[in-house]
Write a protein that binds this ligand. Structure first.
Ligand code: PMV
Length: 325
Protein backbone atom coordinates (compact mmCIF):
# COMPACT_ATOMS: atom_id res chain seq x y z
CA UNK A 1 0.00 0.00 0.00
CA UNK A 2 2.65 2.47 1.08
CA UNK A 3 4.39 2.30 -2.28
CA UNK A 4 1.43 3.97 -3.88
CA UNK A 5 1.63 7.11 -1.72
CA UNK A 6 3.51 9.95 -3.39
CA UNK A 7 4.38 13.28 -1.81
CA UNK A 8 6.17 16.10 -3.65
CA UNK A 9 7.33 19.34 -2.07
CA UNK A 10 9.26 22.17 -3.69
CA UNK A 11 11.27 25.11 -2.35
CA UNK A 12 12.91 28.09 -4.05
CA UNK A 13 16.57 29.03 -4.27
CA UNK A 14 17.83 32.49 -3.35
CA UNK A 15 20.06 35.31 -4.47
CA UNK A 16 21.83 37.81 -2.24
CA UNK A 17 21.02 41.29 -3.53
CA UNK A 18 23.23 43.34 -1.19
CA UNK A 19 25.57 42.80 1.75
CA UNK A 20 27.37 39.49 1.06
CA UNK A 21 30.65 39.14 3.01
CA UNK A 22 29.79 42.16 5.19
CA UNK A 23 27.04 40.01 6.73
CA UNK A 24 29.75 37.71 8.11
CA UNK A 25 30.85 40.67 10.29
CA UNK A 26 27.38 41.44 11.63
CA UNK A 27 26.36 43.90 8.93
CA UNK A 28 22.85 43.77 7.44
CA UNK A 29 22.04 42.11 4.10
CA UNK A 30 19.16 41.81 1.63
CA UNK A 31 18.32 38.59 -0.18
CA UNK A 32 15.45 37.32 -2.32
CA UNK A 33 13.90 33.92 -3.00
CA UNK A 34 13.93 33.22 -6.74
CA UNK A 35 11.60 31.34 -9.04
CA UNK A 36 14.03 28.45 -9.55
CA UNK A 37 13.06 25.54 -7.34
CA UNK A 38 14.14 22.16 -6.00
CA UNK A 39 11.44 19.44 -6.22
CA UNK A 40 11.61 16.45 -3.89
CA UNK A 41 9.30 13.45 -4.30
CA UNK A 42 9.02 10.76 -1.65
CA UNK A 43 7.28 7.43 -1.99
CA UNK A 44 7.37 4.15 -0.12
CA UNK A 45 9.55 1.17 -1.04
CA UNK A 46 8.59 -2.44 -0.64
CA UNK A 47 12.07 -3.54 0.47
CA UNK A 48 13.74 -2.02 3.51
CA UNK A 49 16.25 0.15 1.65
CA UNK A 50 16.10 3.92 1.25
CA UNK A 51 17.30 5.24 -2.08
CA UNK A 52 17.87 8.74 -3.53
CA UNK A 53 18.24 9.89 -7.13
CA UNK A 54 19.26 13.40 -8.17
CA UNK A 55 18.39 13.39 -11.84
CA UNK A 56 20.28 16.44 -13.10
CA UNK A 57 23.54 15.32 -11.47
CA UNK A 58 23.29 11.67 -12.41
CA UNK A 59 23.77 10.89 -8.72
CA UNK A 60 22.10 8.15 -6.75
CA UNK A 61 22.78 6.22 -3.60
CA UNK A 62 21.33 4.13 -0.80
CA UNK A 63 20.91 5.72 2.62
CA UNK A 64 20.98 4.00 5.98
CA UNK A 65 18.55 6.04 8.08
CA UNK A 66 19.28 4.12 11.26
CA UNK A 67 23.04 4.67 11.20
CA UNK A 68 22.95 7.96 9.26
CA UNK A 69 25.28 6.75 6.52
CA UNK A 70 25.39 6.88 2.73
CA UNK A 71 26.12 3.70 0.84
CA UNK A 72 27.22 4.66 -2.61
CA UNK A 73 30.48 4.19 -4.41
CA UNK A 74 29.33 6.04 -7.51
CA UNK A 75 29.33 9.52 -5.97
CA UNK A 76 32.21 11.98 -6.12
CA UNK A 77 32.93 14.27 -3.15
CA UNK A 78 31.02 17.23 -4.56
CA UNK A 79 27.92 15.22 -5.38
CA UNK A 80 28.03 13.32 -2.13
CA UNK A 81 27.10 16.62 -0.44
CA UNK A 82 23.58 16.61 -1.78
CA UNK A 83 22.94 13.09 -0.50
CA UNK A 84 24.09 14.24 2.96
CA UNK A 85 21.46 17.01 2.96
CA UNK A 86 18.75 14.55 1.93
CA UNK A 87 19.83 11.94 4.50
CA UNK A 88 19.93 14.41 7.41
CA UNK A 89 16.63 15.99 6.33
CA UNK A 90 14.87 12.60 6.23
CA UNK A 91 16.14 11.86 9.74
CA UNK A 92 15.07 15.30 11.07
CA UNK A 93 11.60 14.65 9.63
CA UNK A 94 11.50 11.41 11.67
CA UNK A 95 11.54 9.09 8.68
CA UNK A 96 11.85 5.49 9.82
CA UNK A 97 10.25 3.57 6.94
CA UNK A 98 12.30 3.00 3.79
CA UNK A 99 11.54 5.46 1.01
CA UNK A 100 12.44 6.29 -2.57
CA UNK A 101 13.47 9.95 -2.93
CA UNK A 102 13.69 11.75 -6.27
CA UNK A 103 15.25 15.22 -6.41
CA UNK A 104 14.72 17.46 -9.44
CA UNK A 105 16.68 20.67 -9.65
CA UNK A 106 15.67 23.74 -11.53
CA UNK A 107 18.48 25.60 -9.69
CA UNK A 108 22.05 25.39 -10.98
CA UNK A 109 24.37 23.84 -8.37
CA UNK A 110 27.40 25.75 -7.08
CA UNK A 111 26.15 29.05 -8.49
CA UNK A 112 25.44 30.62 -5.08
CA UNK A 113 21.71 30.19 -5.56
CA UNK A 114 21.12 28.16 -2.42
CA UNK A 115 20.40 24.79 -4.05
CA UNK A 116 21.38 22.81 -0.95
CA UNK A 117 19.01 24.80 1.31
CA UNK A 118 16.19 24.40 -1.21
CA UNK A 119 16.74 20.61 -1.34
CA UNK A 120 16.90 20.46 2.46
CA UNK A 121 13.74 22.50 3.03
CA UNK A 122 11.76 20.61 0.36
CA UNK A 123 12.93 17.23 1.71
CA UNK A 124 11.88 18.13 5.27
CA UNK A 125 8.44 19.20 4.10
CA UNK A 126 7.89 16.21 1.78
CA UNK A 127 9.10 13.72 4.42
CA UNK A 128 7.04 15.32 7.21
CA UNK A 129 3.95 15.10 5.04
CA UNK A 130 4.77 11.50 4.05
CA UNK A 131 5.24 10.65 7.74
CA UNK A 132 1.96 12.42 8.55
CA UNK A 133 3.64 14.88 10.89
CA UNK A 134 2.19 18.37 11.15
CA UNK A 135 4.99 20.88 10.81
CA UNK A 136 4.93 24.68 10.69
CA UNK A 137 7.01 26.77 8.30
CA UNK A 138 8.95 28.07 11.30
CA UNK A 139 9.80 24.50 12.36
CA UNK A 140 10.87 23.58 8.82
CA UNK A 141 13.23 26.59 8.72
CA UNK A 142 14.73 25.66 12.12
CA UNK A 143 15.26 21.99 11.21
CA UNK A 144 16.72 22.95 7.82
CA UNK A 145 19.18 25.31 9.48
CA UNK A 146 20.28 22.49 11.81
CA UNK A 147 20.81 20.22 8.79
CA UNK A 148 22.98 22.89 7.13
CA UNK A 149 25.01 23.29 10.32
CA UNK A 150 25.43 19.50 10.55
CA UNK A 151 26.57 19.12 6.96
CA UNK A 152 28.58 22.34 6.49
CA UNK A 153 29.81 23.11 9.99
CA UNK A 154 28.73 26.75 9.66
CA UNK A 155 25.83 28.44 7.91
CA UNK A 156 23.83 31.64 8.10
CA UNK A 157 20.05 31.38 8.23
CA UNK A 158 19.62 33.35 5.00
CA UNK A 159 19.26 30.41 2.58
CA UNK A 160 17.00 28.25 4.72
CA UNK A 161 14.80 31.21 5.72
CA UNK A 162 14.26 32.24 2.09
CA UNK A 163 13.68 28.69 0.84
CA UNK A 164 11.06 28.25 3.55
CA UNK A 165 9.24 31.59 3.49
CA UNK A 166 9.98 33.04 0.03
CA UNK A 167 9.90 36.79 -0.65
CA UNK A 168 12.60 39.40 -0.09
CA UNK A 169 14.17 39.76 3.33
CA UNK A 170 16.27 42.35 5.10
CA UNK A 171 18.50 40.66 7.62
CA UNK A 172 19.18 43.23 10.32
CA UNK A 173 22.51 43.95 11.98
CA UNK A 174 24.03 40.95 13.83
CA UNK A 175 21.30 38.75 12.30
CA UNK A 176 18.88 39.87 15.03
CA UNK A 177 15.78 39.69 12.88
CA UNK A 178 14.48 38.98 9.40
CA UNK A 179 12.23 41.71 8.04
CA UNK A 180 10.03 40.82 5.09
CA UNK A 181 10.22 43.61 2.49
CA UNK A 182 6.95 44.24 0.68
CA UNK A 183 7.86 44.69 -2.97
CA UNK A 184 4.70 44.89 -5.03
CA UNK A 185 6.23 45.31 -8.49
CA UNK A 186 8.28 42.89 -10.63
CA UNK A 187 12.05 43.10 -10.15
CA UNK A 188 13.47 42.37 -13.61
CA UNK A 189 16.70 40.55 -12.80
CA UNK A 190 19.12 38.32 -14.66
CA UNK A 191 21.56 35.82 -13.20
CA UNK A 192 24.75 35.07 -15.10
CA UNK A 193 26.88 32.21 -13.89
CA UNK A 194 30.25 30.80 -14.80
CA UNK A 195 31.22 27.14 -14.84
CA UNK A 196 33.92 27.90 -12.30
CA UNK A 197 32.40 27.73 -8.83
CA UNK A 198 33.63 29.78 -5.89
CA UNK A 199 34.37 28.13 -2.56
CA UNK A 200 32.48 30.16 0.05
CA UNK A 201 34.61 29.01 3.00
CA UNK A 202 37.88 29.87 1.25
CA UNK A 203 36.61 33.28 0.13
CA UNK A 204 35.39 34.19 3.61
CA UNK A 205 38.84 33.20 4.91
CA UNK A 206 40.60 35.27 2.26
CA UNK A 207 38.58 38.34 3.24
CA UNK A 208 39.23 37.72 6.95
CA UNK A 209 43.00 37.69 6.32
CA UNK A 210 42.75 41.00 4.46
CA UNK A 211 40.88 42.58 7.36
CA UNK A 212 43.56 41.35 9.76
CA UNK A 213 46.31 42.74 7.57
CA UNK A 214 44.67 46.09 6.77
CA UNK A 215 41.90 46.86 9.26
CA UNK A 216 42.05 50.63 8.78
CA UNK A 217 41.52 50.20 5.05
CA UNK A 218 39.04 47.31 5.14
CA UNK A 219 36.69 48.36 7.94
CA UNK A 220 35.39 51.47 6.16
CA UNK A 221 34.59 49.27 3.13
CA UNK A 222 32.31 47.18 5.31
CA UNK A 223 30.74 50.34 6.75
CA UNK A 224 30.01 51.43 3.17
CA UNK A 225 28.46 48.05 2.40
CA UNK A 226 26.21 48.53 5.42
CA UNK A 227 25.17 51.96 4.13
CA UNK A 228 24.44 50.42 0.72
CA UNK A 229 22.13 47.82 2.27
CA UNK A 230 20.20 50.49 4.15
CA UNK A 231 19.83 52.69 1.07
CA UNK A 232 18.81 49.60 -0.93
CA UNK A 233 16.11 48.70 1.56
CA UNK A 234 14.30 52.00 0.99
CA UNK A 235 14.97 52.06 -2.75
CA UNK A 236 13.58 48.53 -3.20
CA UNK A 237 10.43 49.18 -1.21
CA UNK A 238 9.81 52.47 -3.06
CA UNK A 239 10.72 51.15 -6.53
CA UNK A 240 13.53 53.68 -7.08
CA UNK A 241 15.09 51.89 -10.06
CA UNK A 242 17.97 54.27 -10.71
CA UNK A 243 19.07 54.17 -7.07
CA UNK A 244 18.91 50.37 -7.00
CA UNK A 245 21.16 50.20 -10.08
CA UNK A 246 23.56 52.84 -8.84
CA UNK A 247 24.19 51.21 -5.48
CA UNK A 248 24.50 47.76 -7.04
CA UNK A 249 27.37 49.12 -9.09
CA UNK A 250 28.99 50.72 -6.05
CA UNK A 251 28.58 47.43 -4.15
CA UNK A 252 30.35 45.66 -7.03
CA UNK A 253 33.29 48.06 -6.75
CA UNK A 254 33.59 47.24 -3.06
CA UNK A 255 33.37 43.47 -3.65
CA UNK A 256 36.20 43.90 -6.15
CA UNK A 257 38.13 45.89 -3.54
CA UNK A 258 37.92 43.08 -0.96
CA UNK A 259 39.25 40.60 -3.52
CA UNK A 260 36.33 38.32 -4.41
CA UNK A 261 35.98 39.35 -8.05
CA UNK A 262 37.30 37.29 -10.96
CA UNK A 263 37.89 38.06 -14.61
CA UNK A 264 34.86 35.97 -15.65
CA UNK A 265 32.57 37.67 -13.14
CA UNK A 266 33.87 41.08 -14.10
CA UNK A 267 33.31 40.37 -17.79
CA UNK A 268 29.71 39.37 -17.10
CA UNK A 269 29.16 42.49 -14.95
CA UNK A 270 30.31 44.75 -17.80
CA UNK A 271 28.54 42.73 -20.48
CA UNK A 272 25.28 43.17 -18.56
CA UNK A 273 25.78 46.91 -18.19
CA UNK A 274 26.65 47.30 -21.88
CA UNK A 275 23.47 45.41 -22.78
CA UNK A 276 21.40 47.86 -20.76
CA UNK A 277 21.40 46.67 -17.13
CA UNK A 278 21.27 49.68 -14.82
CA UNK A 279 23.13 47.77 -12.15
CA UNK A 280 25.14 44.55 -11.91
CA UNK A 281 27.23 42.89 -9.25
CA UNK A 282 28.51 39.60 -7.91
CA UNK A 283 25.89 37.73 -5.89
CA UNK A 284 27.06 35.51 -3.05
CA UNK A 285 30.63 34.63 -2.19
CA UNK A 286 32.29 35.41 -5.56
CA UNK A 287 35.54 33.80 -6.76
CA UNK A 288 33.37 32.22 -9.47
CA UNK A 289 29.65 31.53 -9.26
CA UNK A 290 27.18 34.21 -10.26
CA UNK A 291 26.42 37.82 -10.94
CA UNK A 292 23.05 39.51 -10.73
CA UNK A 293 21.96 42.28 -13.06
CA UNK A 294 19.07 44.65 -12.59
CA UNK A 295 17.59 45.27 -16.02
CA UNK A 296 14.20 47.00 -16.27
CA UNK A 297 13.14 46.81 -19.93
CA UNK A 298 16.37 45.07 -21.01
CA UNK A 299 16.10 41.52 -19.72
CA UNK A 300 16.18 39.86 -23.16
CA UNK A 301 19.22 41.84 -24.30
CA UNK A 302 21.16 41.09 -21.14
CA UNK A 303 20.36 37.36 -21.22
CA UNK A 304 21.33 37.12 -24.91
CA UNK A 305 24.66 38.94 -24.49
CA UNK A 306 25.81 37.02 -21.41
CA UNK A 307 24.76 33.73 -23.05
CA UNK A 308 27.30 34.35 -25.81
CA UNK A 309 30.09 33.44 -23.35
CA UNK A 310 28.49 32.17 -20.13
CA UNK A 311 25.07 31.01 -18.92
CA UNK A 312 22.30 33.48 -18.13
CA UNK A 313 18.62 33.35 -17.28
CA UNK A 314 15.94 35.68 -16.02
CA UNK A 315 14.77 35.35 -12.45
CA UNK A 316 11.76 36.71 -10.63
CA UNK A 317 11.12 36.91 -6.93
CA UNK A 318 9.43 33.78 -5.58
CA UNK A 319 6.79 35.11 -3.23
CA UNK A 320 5.90 31.58 -2.24
CA UNK A 321 8.35 29.55 -0.17
CA UNK A 322 8.18 25.82 0.43
CA UNK A 323 4.95 24.14 -0.69
CA UNK A 324 3.41 20.76 -1.34
CA UNK A 325 2.89 20.19 -5.06
O1 PMV B 1 27.18 32.33 -2.55
P1 PMV B 1 26.81 31.91 -1.19
O2 PMV B 1 25.39 31.49 -1.06
O3 PMV B 1 27.78 30.91 -0.65
O4 PMV B 1 26.89 33.22 -0.30
C1 PMV B 1 27.88 33.44 0.66
C2 PMV B 1 27.63 34.73 1.34
C3 PMV B 1 28.73 35.17 2.28
O5 PMV B 1 28.31 36.38 2.86
C4 PMV B 1 30.04 35.41 1.53
C5 PMV B 1 29.00 34.14 3.36
C6 PMV B 1 27.90 33.99 4.37
O6 PMV B 1 27.93 32.96 5.08
O7 PMV B 1 27.04 34.86 4.52
Amino acid sequence: MLESIHVTASAPGKTILFGEHAVVYGKPAIAAAVDKRAYVTIKGRADNRTHVTVEELGVSGFLDLENGTINSDKVGEQNRGILEYVLKSLIKAQTTRSVEVTVKLDIPIGAGLGSSAAVTVATIMAASSYNQINITAHEIAELAHQVELDVQGAASKIDTTLSTHGGVIYLSKNAREFVNLEIDYPLPMVIGHTKKTGNTGKLVELVRKKIEAQPAVMNPIFDSMEAIVNVARKALVNGEHETIGLIMNINQGLLDAIGVNTEELSNMVFTARKAGAIGSKITGAGGGGSIIAYCPGRVEEVVTKINQHEKAFQINIATEGVRLE
